[in-house]
Write a protein that binds this ligand. Structure first.
Ligand code: FAD
Length: 814
């Protein structure tokens, strides 16, 4: 290897489909000086043994868009490079053997329509017309997505590699990266056997080796290798080149045509780990031994579906390891630990489907310094403390693999690696009948089972078993007082002489107000999109306490820290584990708390939107008068060692006021009625506060500069092409869960970003952006007649302006 340069602007490590696609897109976008280093030969990792199915539909609009970019690229890359890719757009069939699975398909069809994809529901015989070899006696129905397809993974990768070179990138083989140099928290060079290469950006595209490479720089890439098998048959009569890909989830298997025969693989419920002690040296273009014993269970499922397999000759049972992650999504973006260190790895056996789009997204992210669109489901900053522990990661990843083809129930929780992080109130909550859910390792009560009821979720596409109990909690908060354990909130302290100046630049709302105030604010990217949605409590002139959602702990910390302007003297610390949060909400919350404190909780002394250091049950408490449920109340932030005494005192004193312990599902119902938005669904990097109806929380009235301001000013000048609106339906059979399509005057204009049931208004409620390229204003919204498509069925819907509950905020200011 003598061609190795001593420097490059961007070094990509790994020559599989992801590395080659990233190099291609960076070079095509005009980025000079892109260098890809592959330790063996291009495509010698998982890429060479992929089956090559390319599906597109996911539950996130952003990831579906990314997969659509792959398809568009695979259609055109052959013409650009002259290399064949084996791309065929034969469509994808998905089968349902039960009524429940059919409902899932109906909901997926609606999701597809929401995201602009065609997807048709078929009867069993219509499905067989597309796939004549299958038996259909156990089928309830099927769905067909005509733009899905299949490709030859190695050929696509080599076409991308050629395209990358054509646009000026350098790709070197037989060149292993052995070290990554980090200086002052930034990646500055990589080392290989040939020496050092100085660079500005390192991109880790090492597939199942990515965790190992990450460790060299102190970056956590939480993935593990699992064995994945598929069988390749000799030609079978009746298998034609235009056969769609087929997924048969109730029978755990998938199929595609290959050289007149079939590829058949699947996801078994007892996956086999691989390379637990580390990936062996020299594992390139290598396969594992065929494991017929393990594959037998999939074969037993496949034979009744495709009887021709019985007599078919078997060319090979291919066993290839692949990297899988704890939530089944891949890992993209800048590592929170090291600036300039990007990751594109962990593709969960859909790296070929994702490759084109993921490489493009990663390239744009590297060049712009922020994700090009909402990529939160795959953002590396979605991970947190549990993901540092390999045993936790392995157990959860195996659970996800085993559930690959099980029905994805609404509100489904994971079972593995639990309990992991427990609030100090855990035992008290369990004793009170809590049914826990889990977020970022934290156990959190979803709902409380009354005496005689088991605290256990029974999943369903209809009204679930917890429905009435959550209703009781909801009513307790609206009518009396409810108590929530919100200890898992992420909490940071920003301190220092420049804290006000630093936050003023990062926050869209005015955080220069006096100590004692709490400000609800969004943090925006340069497009004006919402990167974080949180509260900032000013405790002192130079000290702020920042509170955000549990799942955003790593993401929001990283966003804030990396946007503090150079030269500012501030210190940001994560204090999540130091404080418990006991939230007391409801019309009787003041009466309740007044019995436990000598501090003045009346409006004059403690108005809405303020923070005070008080004592409750003799414990120190930072009390924030805010609400996410739309009632009078306080969040009591107390050091963890005092949490139990405060909680017990509140619950004991609360008896006289009809107090109820409440969970996160009640919060969801309460906030939907009040119109409070949720980050990750209603609020994303794709939407600005103006789109989201949060203009009241932005300091556009002042001249203060802040990140994202220019984009908002432009939106104000040019008008908005979408706005978030609230919908309800009176059709009680139409269960709104999110992603339902919105129709205005019969035309598709968007989809619901979040939805649920409001017990006070006694209706299903959903929020979603109404889009119109020519502009969306109040008149446009008001003048439409609306319907929602729910599980492939349209129901009439009403649009609302203002909150459904307490629109004048009288209750929260009581
Ligand atoms: C049996 C099987 C079936 C599959 N079927 C499908 C399918 O139907 N559809 C689909 O979309 N996906 C499928 N996949 C998944 C797909 O193969 C992968 O997701 C995809 O190939 C991952 O690409 P990658 O570039 O991330 O990783 P890889 O292809 O593994 O590439 C990583 C590269 O990094 C190199 N590398 C590692 N360490 C270093 C270092 N230190 N220095 C330099 N180079 C290094 C390796 O040599 C390797 O070439 C399947 C996978 C398997 C195993």
């Amino acid at each position: 290897m003598s061609q190795q340069p001593s420097q490059a602007r961007i070094v990509i490590v790994g020559g599989g489909i992801i590395g080659c696609s990233t190099a291609y897109h960076l070079a095509k976008l005009g980025c000079p000086d892109v260098l890809l280093l592959e330790r063996a030969k291009l495509t010698s990792g998982s890429t060479h043994h992929a089956a090559g199915l390319v599906g597109q539909l996911r539950t996130s609009a952003g990831i579906t868009q990314l997969l659509g970019h792959s398809v568009a690229l695979y259609r055109s890359i052959e013409a650009e490079t002259g290399l064949a890719t084996g791309w065929k757009m034969n469509g994808g069939l998905r089968l349902a053997c039960t009524r429940e699975r059919m409902i899932e398909l109906e909901r997926q069809a609606t999701t597809a329509h929401s995201f602009g994809l065609e997807m048709h529901l078929l009867t069993p015989s219509e499905a067989r017309e597309l796939w004549p070899l299958m038996r259909i006696d156990d089928l309830v129905g099927a769905a067909f997505l005509p733009t899905d397809g299949q490709a030859n993974p190695s050929d696509i990768t080599l076409a991308l590699a050629k395209g990358a070179r054509m646009h000026g990138a350098t790709l070197l083989e037989d060149c292993a990266v052995t070290g990554v140099e980090v200086r002052d928290g930034r990646a500055v060079a990589v080392t290989t056997g040939e020496g050092r290469i100085a660079c500005e950006v390192v991109v880790n595209c090492c597939g199942q080796w990515a965790r190992e490479l990450g460790r060299l720089a102190g970056v956590n890439v939480p993935l593990v290798s699992i064995q994945h098998q598929y069988m390749i048959t000799e030609p079978i009569a009746g298998v034609t080149a235009d056969l769609p890909t087929l997924r048969d989830p109730d029978r755990l298997t998938y199929y595609k045509e290959e050289v007149g025969g079939l590829v058949m693989g699947g996801y078994e419920p007892d996956p086999l780990a691989w390379a637990v002690e580390g990936i062996p040296e020299g594992f390139h273009f290598t396969l594992l031994d065929s494991n017929w014993d393990q594959f037998e269970q999939l074969m037993a499922q496949a034979l009744p579906r495709v009887p021709a397999l019985e007599a078919a000759g078997v060319k090979q049972l291919l066993n290839g390891p692949e990297s899988f992650t704890p939530d089944g999504n891949f890992i993209l973006g800048e590592a929170p630990e090291v600036a300039g260190y990007f990751v594109g790895a962990g593709f969960n056996a859909f790296g070929i489907a994702s490759g084109g789009g993921a490489g493009r997204a990663l390239a744009e992210w590297i060049l712009a310094g922020e994700p090009p669109y909402d990529l939160w489901p795959v953002d590396i900053r979605r991970f947190g403390r549990p993901h540092d522990e390999i045993d936790w990661v392995r157990a959860r990843t195996h659970e996800m693999y085993a559930k690959h083809y099980t029905i994805a129930w609404p509100h489904e929780e994971h079972a593995s690696s639990r309990p992991y992080r427990r609030s100090p109130l855990y035992d008290d909550l369990a004793a009170a009948g809590a049914c826990f859910g889990e977020k970022l390792g934290w156990e959190r009560p979803n709902w409380f089972a009354p005496g005689g009821v088991a605290p256990r979720d029974e999943y369903s596409f209809g009204r679930p078993n917890w429905f009435p109990h959550v209703g009781e909690e909801h009513r307790a908060v609206r009518e009396r007082v409810g108590v929530f354990d919100q200890t898992s909130f992420a909490k940071y302290v920003m301190k220092g002489p420049d804290a006000e100046r630093a936050l003023s630049w990062i926050c869209a709302n005015d955080v220069t107000r006096d100590p004692g105030t709490v400000v609800y604010t969004q943090l925006l990217n340069s497009r004006g999109g919402i990167e974080c949605d949180l509260t900032v409590a000013r405790l002192d002139d130079d000290r702020y306490y920042i509170v955000t959602g549990t799942g955003f702990a790593t993401h929001d910390f990283h966003w804030i820290r990396s946007h503090v302007q150079a030269g500012m003297a501030v210190d940001l610390t994560d204090v999540t584990e130091q404080y418990s949060v006991i939230a007391v909400f409801g019309p009787r919350s003041r009466e309740l708390l007044c019995g436990l404190t000598d501090d003045d909780l009346r409006n004059d002394a403690f108005p809405y939107g303020s923070v005070r250091e008080i004592r409750v049950a003799d414990a120190p408490v930072t009390a924030l008068r805010v609400t996410y449920v739309g009632e009078l109340g306080w969040e009591l932030h107390t050091p963890v060692e005092h949490a139990r005494e405060v909680y017990r005192a509140v619950m004991t004193a609360g008896r006289a006021h009809g107090v109820a312990p409440c969970g996160y599902r009640a919060i969801e119902s309460l906030r939907l009625e009040k119109g409070y938005r949720a980050w990750g669904t209603d609020l994303t990097p794709d939407h600005s506060p103006l789109h989201a109806g949060l203009g009241f929380a932005v300091k556009l009235g002042s001249n203060a500069p802040f990140l994202g301001r220019e984009a908002l000013d432009e939106q104000r000048r040019n008008g908005l092409a979408r706005r978030l609106a609230c919908f309800t339906t009176d059709d009680n059979d139409a269960l709104l869960l999110g992603r339902e399509t919105i129709y205005r005057n019969g035309e598709r204009v968007g989809w619901l970003t979040s939805a649920g049931y409001g017990y006070t208004v006694d209706k299903s409620i959903g929020y979603g952006y109404v889009r119109n390229p020519a502009g969306v204003d109040r008149k446009f919204l008001q003048s439409g007649t609306y319907e929602l498509e729910v599980a492939n069925r349209r129901v009439p819907a009403a649009i609302h302006f203002g909150a459904l509950h307490d629109p004048r905020n009288e209750r929260i200011r009581a």
